[in-house]
Design a binder for this molecule. Structure first.
Ligand code: 13P
Ligand code: SF4
Length: 327
């Protein structure tokens, strides 16, 4: 405990001396999550990370997460310096959506609104009309559909199909997937459910047959809120295991069980933990603080174009009250 409090004081000092704030995602190491909160930063889903960074007075933001989160912070805060803990920490969704190929695809359907997931590069965002995160994707598509829009969606095919199923929207889907959520296995999940009197919480980047077994489908924050508000004492959770730290801190009296990734066709490329989120270590944090390494830069023209769909997302989120989606 003494060790942690000493370390915390050191990091606080570094952050204050450098006029910096730490913003972390729920999937990063629990020590970094604790430090972010104990130094006045935040641990949250990707939407709240973007919104929080936008409101800080500090001139530097240190983003513990993956590259697209750092780029989003930079685009929304061009006058701030943004750092990530490891510049190689990417995302399989971001990697699946190459700018030139996606541009060619969009050009084939000029009558369609282009909606991209936040888990994309700045260049891909620059092509889009809207950026969304999992917490507001359904609401934004419902809104666009009510306006009579047809949609191009990229890159997550599972989230895209989930949105189509919920909203009936006319959407063309890009063929991308998250290597963590794609691994959840419906058959094994069914077996696990039969053993417990539990609710099942699923992130919508999971395959459709896993989503079909869910009681609640939502972003990381929405899943956490469900674990607090639902009366059940036991939950099976299909999202990166980094989230268990926050879950068990918020609701220590409940039982949280990992959804299975083993079973027929299993590859265990990630075993329910994002390898890129895992690159956010205390050593990297110290290095970033000490040496100011891994600053994020986004080309000015790209940033200007990407700002518009990102600002739409933030404005939409400010003007709407998002509920946990109970199936
Ligand atoms: P959230 O927006 O739900 O935090 O998701 C981000 C992410 O990368 C999930 O894999
Ligand atoms: Fe990307 Fe999946 Fe990792 Fe999230 S968990 S950053 S979607 S690879």
């Amino acid at each position: 405990m003494k060790e942690y409090s000493q370390y915390l004081e050191k990091v606080k000092g570094f952050l204050a001396d450098n006029d910096a704030k730490l913003i972390a995602h729920y999937y990063v190491d629990e020590s970094i999550q604790r430090i972010a909160e104990d130094t006045g930063g935040i641990v949250s889903d990707s939407l709240e990370m973007a919104r929080f960074g936008n409101k800080q007075k500090e001139s530097k933001l240190i983003v513990a997460g993956v590259k697209f989160m750092g780029e989003t912070a930079k685009i929304l805060n061009p006058d701030k310096k943004i750092f990530v803990l490891d510049s190689n920490a990417t995302c399989s969704l971001d990697e699946s959506c190459n700018h030139d190929e996606f541009l060619m695809f969009c050009k084939k359907y000029p009558d369609r609104e282009v909606v991209v997931y936040a888990n994309t590069s700045a260049e891909v965002k620059a092509i889009a009309d809207w950026v969304v995160t999992s917490s507001i994707a359904v609401s934004v598509i419902e809104y666009l559909t009510s306006q009579g829009k047809k949609i191009i969606w990229a890159p997550d095919k599972y989230l895209g199909q989930y949105i189509v199923d919920r909203t009936g929207a006319d959407m063309l889907l890009w063929d991308g997937a998250c290597i963590v959520h794609e691994e959840y296995k419906a058959l094994e999940l069914k077996k696990l459910i039969s053993k417990y009197d539990c609710d099942v919480l699923v992130h919508p980047e999971s395959p459709g047959e896993v989503i079909a077994l869910a009681d609640v489908v939502g972003s990381t924050t929405q899943i956490l809120k469900a674990s607090q508000s639902l009366p059940n004492e036991k939950f099976i959770v299909a999202t990166d295991k980094g989230i268990f730290h926050k879950m068990r801190t918020l609701v220590p009296n409940k039982l949280f069980i990992e959804a299975p990734t083993a079973g027929k066709g299993a590859t265990c490329r990630s075993c329910a933990h994002c390898p890129w989120m895992g690159m956010n270590t205390l050593e990297c944090l110290e290095k970033a603080l000490r040496e100011g390494t891994n600053e994020i830069f986004v080309d000015e023209t790209t940033a200007k174009k990407a700002l518009q769909p990102l600002e739409r997302m933030v404005a939409f989120a400010e003007s709407n009250n998002f509920r946990v989606r109970k199936r």
